[in-house]
Design a protein around this ligand. Structure first.
Ligand code: ADP
Ligand code: MG
Length: 703
């Protein structure tokens, strides 16, 4: 049997497995074949060369290993608490070993007086150190495993344990499997990469990862396997980009003409920041390349992305094309529409707004002017995606606040033309660079990493509920200075009812503290009709309402420069990136702005850390980085829809940033030289990509 077929063998046929265990391995660990088992990597290693003395043990220690004898057994407790207890002794003291089940088997297997090695996590009960459900092994058998001092630990689940698939069993199964493989496991990377980057070969790496001979070898093997995993993710993403470039020509926007110049020299109300200039150069280069642009523009809230979007659209117009910009909510679409109309005042460009609530007549006239090319810029919401919205020559699509749009929706915009338009995706959710490389690996990334000059950094403060009066006093002072206040309540879907209760209670408290007619309070939440929402927003936007009470519907993009205070209620219930987004709603004008985080007195360690980070920095990228460390990539907004398999087997998107950059560079280099991977030495890539990603290809096709 050739080795590949052998590796594809169903796990049922491994000795020690069988149908019942196979089913559980399928379900719990996604292990279906011999290969899957080989690639089920330990999550940590325990140094089994170290022995503790009983006198040294304390309940804060992790897993420990001790050597001693059982002095005798007894039974303690009754009912569910009934347990078998052994006194275990070495020359320095005695501890208790405890079992809640399997007592008969234990007393039958481990006789008093014989020397055993006991392994487990020390705990404490009634002041006496114990180990519950320890691993026990005869001391004279230990020699057998000393060839591997570092013992691999595999994560298991309750269901696995019920079938006696413990970490130890899994290790045994893998050991058996490796013994059956009589030849060297074939490489999954071409020989030239293995030698150029001094990688340990696959055969050795797979042995070492499960049964390391020493820490150095283990580290080399881990590196090799991480390299391989991350490299193939990047190669896959970059290959789609390469294919797209080979397959489609982009519109060539060769000139910068009247519209752009007219705006730039007559209407632009300020000078661009250096970052805005740099990004414009990057975009212009794409648009003039003859290839389709697929670019992600990241920039913190308030960094001036709208201006970049507008100038890019003007270049499209200058080359005879139409452009559109799509926002995730009606409020934002209207805001963009107004901003763009203002910025283009006096320039002969036709701009229209299309949203879900556009009237039939205006829809009709929009449709007509789109087709006869008299409409230049269309601003809107998801309504732009509807099939009856047809452009005559759409050249550039801008998508604002990307994470609210699924990949599939982006694809629909693509299809509005025979030739795909250029695409610029803008997001204010900063994503750490290396994560973006994976999440948006097939897009080019531009970053605005500088705020317009003259902004006064927002002051962030933390108060607990018991200090509420102080906060209200502060708000009154701000209102007396004609500033406006946001007060935001969390809305978490699982407990929606409770959340609305919070919002209602909050409304009660606040309207008592800020009574009419002296104060005017406006409220916005998801359960209101769009018309009422709009009305409340308008009341605040026009400066009539002093306070806007809201759920997180205001999170994205709303721009009201006179609002200088953002109060976030139950701040401990928000994630970091959300807190940062909310804070970005203030600090848009020339006045000092404040973000006030309200929380209960008792905070979990993580919540305290989040609040601490918010107070210490205004830098969105720093916050995103911390968020990634605290929560891991799976929870970061946008990652779920991305389709990337985040259950990486060995590498970590948060910890292996450098390696991600490195392998991406290597993959780019390979594709530049051999775009279709046709070179003989590169054929192995095709086999591997097919094996790794064939079920997942559909999502990567689009962007
Ligand atoms: P965001 O990146 O969050 O979408 P906006 O485009 O809404 O940011 O810009 C935020 C504010 O900064 C707007 O009021 C805009 O007019 C202003 N702005 C943008 N660029 C500059 C600049 N170069 N100099 C001064 N103000 C700017
Ligand atoms: Mg914006």
């Amino acid at each position: 049997m050739i080795i590949q077929e052998f590796l594809d063998t169903n796990i049922t046929y491994l000795s020690g497995v069988g149908p019942k265990r196979a089913e559980i391995l399928n379900k719990e660990l996604n292990i279906f074949t011999f290969r899957d088992l080989l690639y089920y990597f330990p999550y940590k290693y325990i140094d089994r060369t170290r022995f503790y003395k009983i006198a040294e043990l304390d309940p804060d220690l992790p897993f420990v290993q001790i050597r001693g004898v059982i002095k005798g057994y007894s039974t303690e407790g009754h009912g569910y608490g009934k347990r078998l207890v052994a006194d275990f002794q070495d020359e320095t003291g005695t501890i208790k070993l405890v079992w809640f089940k399997g007592g008969k088997w234990i007393t039958g297997s481990y006789s008093p007086g014989v020397e055993f090695i006991v392994f487990g996590k020390p705990g404490v009960f009634n002041g006496i150190i114990n180990i519950i459900h320890p691993e026990i092994e005869a001391a004279n058998k230990m020699a057998e495993r000393l060839n591997s001092a570092l013992q691999a630990q595999y994560s298991t689940t309750e269901k696995l344990k019920n079938q006696y698939l413990t970490s130890k069993t899994i290790s045994k199964l893998i050991g058996n499997l490796l013994k059956q493989i009589k030849i060297r496991l074939p490489e999954t990377l071409p020989a030239y990469l293995v030698s150029r980057y001094k990688l340990t070969d696959l055969h050795e790496s797979l042995h070492n990862i499960h049964f390391p001979s020493n820490p150095e070898e283990l580290e080399k093997s881990r590196y090799r396997l991480k390299f391989e995993e991350l490299f193939y993710i990047q190669l896959n993403l970059l290959r789609f980009k390469t294919n797209r470039n080979l397959k489609y020509n982009g519109f060539l926007f060769s000139s910068v003409g009247e519209n752009f110049n007219n705006f730039y020299y007559n209407n632009l109300p300020f000078t661009l920041t250096e970052a805005q200039k740099r990004v414009m150069r990057e975009i212009r280069k794409d648009l003039g390349s003859g290839k389709q642009m697929n670019r992600l523009l990241q920039g913190d809230v308030g960094s001036g992305k709208t201006l970049v979007a507008l100038m890019s659209m003007l270049i499209a117009l200058d080359n005879g094309y139409q452009a559109c910009i799509m926002a995730p909510t009606e409020i934002l679409a209207i805001q963009h529409y107004q901003t763009i109309c203002n910025l283009l005042a006096g320039i002969d460009i036709k701009i229209c707004l299309l949203t879900g609530s556009s009237k039939k007549t205006s829809r009709k006239s929009i449709a007509e002017s789109l087709l006869d090319s008299s409409l230049n810029i269309l601003v809107g919401t998801h309504a732009l995606l509807e099939e009856n919205v047809q452009f005559s020559n759409l050249g550039l699509v801008i998508i604002d606040e990307q994470h609210r749009f699924g990949v599939a929706q982006r694809a629909r915009l693509w299809q509005k033309n025979l030739n795909p338009p250029h695409i610029l995706v803008m997001t204010a959710t900063p994503i750490p660079r290396t994560l973006a490389m994976t999440l948006y690996g097939d897009l080019d990334v531009s970053v605005i990493d500088e705020l317009p000059p003259g902004r006064i950094p927002i002051k962030t403060m933390h108060f607990t509920d018991s200090e509420r009066n102080k906060v209200f006093g502060f708000i009154r002072n701000q209102i007396a200075e004609h500033r406006q206040i946001y007060i935001v309540y969390p809305l978490i879907r699982e407990s929606e009812k409770m959340d609305y209760k919070d919002l209602e209670d909050g409304w009660d408290t606040i309207s008592r503290a800020f009574p009419a007619p002296k104060y005017c309070i406006s409220i916005v939440h998801g359960k209101m009709t769009p018309a009422n929402k709009e009305l409340s927003m308008k009341l605040f936007k026009d400066g009539h309402a002093h306070i806007l009470i809201a759920t997180t519907v205001i999170e994205v993009g709303v721009d009201i420069p006179n609002a200088t205070v953002m109060v976030i209620e139950s701040a401990e219930r928000f994630g970091l990136s959300q807190l940062h987004q909310l804070r970005g709603r203030v600090g848009r004008g020339a006045d000092q702005s404040y973000c006030i985080l309200m929380s209960s007195d008792k905070l979990s360690r993580e919540a305290a850390k989040r609040i601490e980070v918010m107070i210490s920095t205004n830098d969105g990228f720093e916050i995103a980085e911390t968020d990634l460390q605290l929560r891991g990539p799976g929870d970061i907004e946008g990652t779920q829809q991305s389709g990337i398999p985040f259950d990486l087997k060995i590498a970590s998107l948060s910890k292996d940033g450098q390696l991600i950059e490195y392998v991406r560079y290597i993959a780019e280099d390979i594709l530049t030289k051999d775009p279709l991977l046709e070179d003989n030495q590169n054929l192995i890539f095709r086999t591997e990509l097919k094996r790794l990603f064939s079920q997942r290809q559909s999502w990567s096709n689009i962007s």
